[in-house]
Design a binder for this molecule. Sequence first.
Ligand code: NDP
Length: 283
Amino acid sequence: MMAVNYKEELVGVFGFPVAENPTCVMQNAAFAAAHLFWRYLTVEVKPEDLPAAVAGARAMGWRGFNCTIPHKVAVIPLLDEVAPDAKLIGAVNTVRRDGDRFIGENTDGKGFMRGLREKLDPAGKRIVILGAGGAARAISVELALARAGEVIIVNRGYDRGAALAEHLRRNIGANAQFVHWARTYPVGVDVDVLVNATSIGLYPDVDALPDVSLDQARRNLLVCDVIPNPPNTPLIKLAASRGMATINGLAMLVYQGVIGFELWTGVKPDETVMKTALEQAFA
Ligand code: NDP
């Protein structure tokens, strides 16, 4: 007779406000496929209640959790340790438990990188990133750590964009530039990868297109979008109509979840199950 472990392991996401959460659907599908007696919960946590929520996760023996906006920065002082790249990003989206300690990680940029590496090695490449918010920061730090040849931050707000480029130069030694996005940005023929890391195109603004021109861009430009909802953004459609390779926002979302699953369980999940669950959640 086989011994059965009835203790259910818990992970989850602290978010605010919580709507239907595709990550929850994706992680629970992966636990079931791996025959793990684990459950991923979506928990609404107000900013002022975050310390109590983290203490509660400790008290209940949670194996870890995700944090969404607005908790990604505020959670840092509540943790026992923060991984070096999450420190450089300045935000934590994934927490894992090691014994009694909670360790902060950032899997957003790593998730993007896993999708990117399926298409090319970013080392030595010239990469334009639209945006300088949380997603752009996570992606640009990982690209700088991966020794991208040049990272060009193009942002509407001057201060945030200039500060991010300066951070990449000063703290990672990256070849990083800032371009103030005050008019149509022409993607040059020398650019290898274009990343939309703004919220332009996110539901409900599904017809919004970043103000860029691809007229001078090379035919084999790789165009990436972080927007997962809807995944087929106007930018992705424009690039595809010109025969360019594309990566949509589902790749980043799936892979950040895959990396989180691996960090929590020590087991590789069935990525196809996770992709299918996510696609169905956004269908
Ligand atoms: P932030 O609010 O931190 O940053 C938003 C960025 O978008 C800023 O750079 C902002 O510029 C820019 N922006 C917004 N609207 C416009 C506009 N109309 N014109 C020009 N620039 C604009 O958000 P995040 O970085 O956290 O998130 C950005 C997107 O990334 C979201 O849509 C989110 O869904 C997606 N995301 C996807 C993930 C995935 O796994 N696929 C993971 C994390 C995020 P400014 O500085 O001038 O305000």
